[in-house]
Design a protein around this ligand. Structure first.
Ligand SMILES: C[S@@+](CC[C@H](N)C(=O)[O-])C[C@H]1O[C@@H](n2cnc3c(N)ncnc32)[C@H](O)[C@@H]1O
Length: 262
């Protein structure tokens, strides 16, 4: 019943007749300097971002002259972001990562960039409660997130689907720079589309400026932070979050994966 009510609102959420002029310019196949191209080529397989998303991010950093980036989920994407920052004059990169061991080698290369101030926050997603619902969230790193802000570009590529990604926006909303872009990978997935719906309903300062469910088969969503409006509560979206996080908590497969039993 609640889901049916929400579904009508949900269907309207993904109509993006955006007047945002930046987006079409960013989705194209420009070539970059060598070290950015090497980092893009390194984005292959496993849980890495796709090469098309890597190229989009490099283009965003260079064209929009990003200076302060926050990333959920370190790895190949970190090197693309660091090299792009470096080429465009330097800046700050903060990455939230659960398991720094898996990307030690890549992170060394990120740290070696002289004009990039890189910082990895190691944290675990914990069950949390907020205005947009019930979700897993890296809530222990709020102090570091605040200290390193304000961010003009955010990439959301973690935690994995068996945690859900609802917890990202609640902890960054107060630390976004005017006009910041939030880039969400895997936006085609059922749960992640509902996550987007809840963010847009709960955080009225955000606007969906690009949504393409077929971008590199995984889907891509881009939100723009337009203005600092107060978050708002709605029972309908809150209940869908309870249902979705509840399903993850009740799923034996998701529970095994959260415990690291792959
Ligand atoms: C989608 S991945 C993030 C990938 C990263 N943005 C990139 O482009 O490489 C989400 C999370 O999965 C975990 N992960 C990915 N690959 C892993 C591996 N091979 N071993 C252990 N954990 C991994 C990491 O904690 C990572 O932050």
């Amino acid at each position: 019943m609640m889901r049916t009510l929400a579904q009508n609102l949900f269907d309207q959420t993904f109509i993006t007749d955006s007047d945002d002029k930046v987006m079409p310019d960013l989705i194209h196949q420009k070539r970059f300097q060598d070290d950015i191209e090497v980092a893009i080529a390194n984005c292959s397989g496993g849980w890495s971002i796709s090469q098309d998303l890597a190229r989009f991010l490099a283009h965003a950093v260079v064209t929009l002259k990003s200076k302060n980036i926050l990333e959920f989920g370190a790895g190949s994407s970190s090197l693309v972001l660091a090299n792009s920052l470096s080429v465009s004059g330097g800046g700050k990169l903060t990455s939230i990562e659960q398991n720094p061991v898996w990307c030690t080698e890549t992170w060394k290369l990120v740290n070696d960039k002289e004009n990039v101030d890189s910082f990895m926050i190691v944290a675990q997603p914990k069950l949390s409660l907020g205005i947009s619902g019930v979700y897993f969230c890296f809530k222990d790193c709020l102090e570091d997130i605040a200290y390193r802000g304000l961010y003009d570009l955010v990439l959301i590529d973690a935690p994995q689907y068996f945690f859900g990604r609802d917890g990202a926006v609640p902890i960054i909303y107060n630390y976004l720079a005017p006009n910041a872009l939030i880039v969400m990978d895997d936006a085609e997935r059922y749960n992640d589309r509902w996550t987007l719906f809840r963010w847009l309903r709960s955080y009225p300062g955000l606007k969906l400026v690009y949504y393409n469910p077929t971008f590199t088969k995984k889907g891509l969503a881009i939100l723009r932070f337009q203005s600092r409006k107060s978050p708002r509560f709605s029972l309908v979206h809150w209940m869908t979050s309870l249902q979705d996080t509840g399903s993850l908590l009740l799923s034996p497969g998701a529970n095994r994966q959260r415990k690291g039993e792959f």
